[in-house]
Every structure is written in structure tokens, then in C-alpha cells.
Design a protein around this ligand. Structure first.
Ligand SMILES: C[S@@+](CC[C@H](N)C(=O)[O-])C[C@H]1O[C@@H](n2cnc3c(N)ncnc32)[C@H](O)[C@@H]1O
Length: 280
């Protein structure tokens, strides 16, 4: 099979699931992953045969994609904040929007050490580990209900030797003994009614407990986080939250009587983040 034949096959077999632009990207990712090189732009280069030992990798990749597996699960990792993090079935693939949440924390806290930070709903540990690379003396705790997600968090922690604390617990039962200076959280926030907007491989393969909340109670995690922010943080504490783009006003109404609320959009220009500070 030549590179061109692989590309043609991808377009034939994946068009039920992906746009043309996405298929082109998926071909490029495979080429980068299996050849460590950039996708050839010249037609003559695409006529080159894929070596037989590599062909199996490309075929398996395409088979997995047709089954709806995200390419990050097939490769077993994703890139987040310049880190290569292990991911796989049972854990949410960290998203680029979440890197902007990390940016916001680091803009405010880069110069300060010794912080106690809570990453509520930590998943693969992406936020915690990214923060730990920049806030070296911070003491960071990640909490998640999912054993599978925490398995990835622990493995990622080992790779980056971050030495963070991981707690398997339902956030609704979480009663820490220490007071935090910073809370950061990307909790489940997609309403069931938004499922129809989502890509089939997200719906079919990524864990629903990581993503969805009921249409009747979409702020359930944000209410719990308000409670934790009130009960378990220092007076000067700050909380950073990733949010549902459609619920900006509801969230501002939830927090603004009590806290100073700032908001930010993501790189797609959708509302995405809140920062809450306690009124002194
Ligand atoms: C949107 S994912 C975010 C994961 C990670 N922080 C990230 O940004 O990639 C939400 C996470 O919340 C966890 N979760 C869901 N319900 C929870 C609960 N009741 N208590 C604690 N964690 C929960 C899920 O297991 C999932 O890992």
C-alpha cells in the first residue's frame, strides 16, 4: 500500500464519521506517529510504498478509527500543555480549552510558591501535572471519582515525577482536612440535550461520567464547588472553572452575589472560564 492509497482508503472508510478536513488531519497524525515525519506534500512522495512492517500499524489505525476510537486512544497518549500524557479508554482526553484554564492560573500565580491547590475532577491529571511543572513548590491534590481515570493520573504523575496527591472520591463526599489557596476544576458540564452537537466518537468512546450532567440540574458540580470554595479554602483563595459555553449567565447568577466573578472566552471565542475571588 502506498501513502496515497492509505489516504484514499481513509477518505472512503471514514467519511461516515469525519469531515474531509478531519480525515486529512488523521492521516497526518498517523504519518507523524509511525514515520516521525511530516505528511508529504508532493504527489510523487505519496506514491512511495509504506514498508510492510509499518503497513500493519496503518491498517490497525484505520480499523480502530472506523470503530470510532479517537486517535489519542489509539496512540495511547495526547499532548497537553507541552506534556505527553497517557490516555485510553475510561479517561477523558484533555482538551486545548483546558490549557487556557491552566494559563489563567499561571498568569496569576507563577511568582508564588507553596500554594495548596485542589484539582477537583482531575481525570488524567492533566491540569495538576501541568501546574506542577510551573509551580514547583505547590502542594497539589487531584480528586476524581473514577478509578480508571486516576490510574492514568498516577501513571502520568510517575512519568513526570510530579509527586502529587491523588484521592479517589466522589466530590459530593469530599471533606478535606486542609484549606486550599487555589481550586481549579473542569467538571462534567455538558447537558444531555447537547449530545446531538457532539462528535460520534466522543459520544461513543469517552466516559459519560466525565462529560454529562442532567438537563434538569446542569450546575450541580458548580454548586458543590461553591460549597467547597466556601468551606475548604483560605480567605484569599481563588477558584478557576471551566464552564459550559451556554450557561454563562446562570453561572454568574450562581456566584456573583457572593464572589468577585471574572470570565474569559476560549480560543474559539466561546465563553469558557470563570475566576472567582472572595470578597474581602
Ligand atoms: C470533564 S472531565 C475533566 C478531566 C480533567 N480535569 C481534564 O480537564 O482533562 C471531568 C472528570 O470528573 C470526574 N467526575 C465525574 N463525577 C465526579 C464526582 N461525582 N466526583 C469526582 N469526580 C467526578 C470524571 O471521572 C472526569 O474525570
Amino acid at each position: 500500500m502506498s501513502i496515497q492509497e492509505f489516504e484514499n482508503k481513509c477518505f472512503r472508510e471514514l467519511d461516515f464519521l469525519y469531515s474531509n478536513q478531519e480525515i486529512t488531519s488523521l492521516c497526518k497524525y498517523a504519518y507523524q506517529e509511525y514515520f516521525g515525519d511530516h505528511w508529504p506534500s508532493e504527489i510523487s512522495d505519496k506514491r512511495r510504498e509504506i514498508r510492510s512492517d509499518k503497513q500493519k500499524l496503518f491498517e490497525n489505525y484505520l480499523n480502530q478509527l472506523t470503530l470510532g476510537n479517537p486517535y489519542q486512544y489509539i496512540f495511547g497518549y495526547t499532548e497537553f500543555y507541552g506534556l505527553r500524557l497517557k490516555v485510553g479508554e475510561g479517561v477523558l482526553i484533555p482538551r486545548p480549552e483546558t490549557e487556557q484554564l491552566v494559563d489563567w492560573v499561571l498568569e496569576d500565580f507563577e511568582a508564588l510558591g507553596n500554594l495548596r491547590v485542589l484539582d477537583a475532577c482531575c481525570g488524567s491529571g492533566a491540569i495538576s501535572i501541568a501546574l506542577s511543572k510551573h509551580l514547583e513548590s505547590a502542594r497539589i491534590t487531584g480528586v476524581d471519582i473514577s478509578e480508571q481515570a486516576l490510574k492514568y493520573a498516577v501513571e502520568n504523575d510517575e512519568i513526570y515525577q510530579s509527586n502529587l496527591q491523588w484521592i479517589k472520591q466522589d466530590l459530593f463526599d469530599f471533606k478535606p482536612e486542609v484549606k486550599f489557596d487555589v481550586i481549579v476544576s473542569n467538571p462534567p458540564y455538558v447537558r444531555d440535550l447537547e449530545k446531538k452537537e457532539m462528535h460520534l466518537n466522543v459520544l461513543g468512546k469517552e466516559p459519560h461520567t466525565a462529560l454529562f450532567v442532567s438537563d434538569n440540574d446542569p450546575l450541580v458540580f458548580y454548586e458543590r464547588l461553591r460549597y467547597i470554595f466556601n468551606q475548604c479554602t483560605q480567605d484569599h483563595a481563588v477558584m478557576y472553572l471551566e464552564c459550559n459555553q451556554y450557561l454563562k449567565q446562570d453561572l454568574i447568577d450562581l456566584y456573583s452575589p457572593e464572589f468577585i466573578v471574572e470570565s474569559r472566552d476560549d480560543f474559539r471565542m466561546n465563553f469558557r472560564m470563570l475566576k472567582l475571588s472572595k470578597k474581602q
